[in-house]
Design a protein around this ligand. Structure first.
Ligand code: ZN
Length: 242
């Protein structure tokens, strides 16, 4: 089975469309959370994701903020403005959809979480120290996470003290060896200085991970963000990839 693994779409419909077009026929889709936040198209993204085949979709921290599950009083003013704008945009139906999303799942022997298996919504798996600790919090051979917006492959085998972090090369594939934590990167707001949309195709039989980066029309998204009055910082970071 060819499974599309995506995360952190962040209301960027143009990037999402480009990813779906490039991924072509997939048997299933695993979406690791943050459908909304930052971008101009929260409703459109939810409505498109909902239609994807054999979908497993998780709740991210921005999705939780959208439905009032996170107190945004402590957020910086730009982030707060952006979340309040998005809360005003969401239809009741789409808000209801976000409310139903689980924070974690196990599918085909893969654990899925937005942030980490230890703290599914909030923890950022940014280094091998944190990743190593997290191997104790899932029992499947593999775990897929998002949240950092940084593609990553943490491999941990018995006898090793620490998990090893490798950053996969764009548009290459490899076979996964147990145990591993993988991050497909972000569809709608990459932060590794490569502004192209990121996603992965996981083959559930062959256990291969094909990691892709593809260009999309960033200017188009930036125009919609300006029209919506969204914060300039969130607009300029899209073409810098930060
Ligand atoms: Zn995110």
């Amino acid at each position: 089975m060819r499974t599309l693994v995506i995360s952190d779409i962040h209301a960027n419909y143009t990037a999402l469309e480009a990813v779906l077009e490039d991924a072509t026929d997939v048997d299933s889709v695993w979406c690791l959370g943050d459908l909304v936040g930052y971008g101009p198209d929260p409703n459109e993204c939810i409505e498109l994701v909902r239609q994807l085949p054999n979908l497993v979709c998780l709740l991210g921290n921005h999705d939780a903020a959208a439905i009032g599950q996170i107190n945004i009083e402590t957020f910086n003013p730009e982030a707060r403005y952006s979340i309040e704008w998005m809360q005003g945009q969401l239809t009741d139906k789409n808000r209801g959809y976000l409310k139903e999303l689980p924070t974690q799942a196990v599918v085909d022997q893969v654990t899925l979480a937005h942030g980490s298996p230890r703290s599914p919504i909030y923890e950022y798996l940014l280094d091998n120290y944190l990743a190593t600790q997290n191997f104790a919090f899932f029992s499947t051979p593999f775990c897929f996470v998002g949240h950092t917006h940084l593609p990553a492959h943490f491999h941990y085998s018995d006898g090793n003290k620490m998990a090893k972090l490798t950053i996969p090369k764009a548009n290459t594939g490899f076979r996964l060896n147990p145990r591993a934590i993988l991050n497909p990167g972000s569809v709608g707001q990459p932060r590794d200085r490569d502004p192209r949309a990121a996603f992965a195709i996981y083959d559930t039989d062959l256990k291969t991970w094909d990691y892709h980066r593809i260009p999309y029309d960033i200017l188009d998204v930036q125009h919609r963000m300006r029209d919506a009055g969204l914060p300039e910082r969130h607009i300029v970071r899209l073409d810098g990839g930060w």
